[in-house]
Design a protein around this ligand. Sequence first.
Ligand SMILES: [Zn+2]
Length: 65
Amino acid sequence: MAKTDACPICGKPPAGTHKPFCSQGCRDRDLLQWLGEGYRIPAGPLNVDEADSLPDGLDSRGSAD
Ligand SMILES: [Zn+2]
């Protein structure tokens, strides 16, 4: 368990310049995964609902000034 040197995408031994990936291709794939997750994050509707249910006290505190 001491050595975990393996490409996180395909499990091959990483190559020097592409570490921790084994190749440019796996590097790109990892990046795409990150971007994909970003796009999946739901934006809007739920947050709006939360803001709407804030107690009145918090709201007047901001507009009092
Ligand atoms: Zn790989």
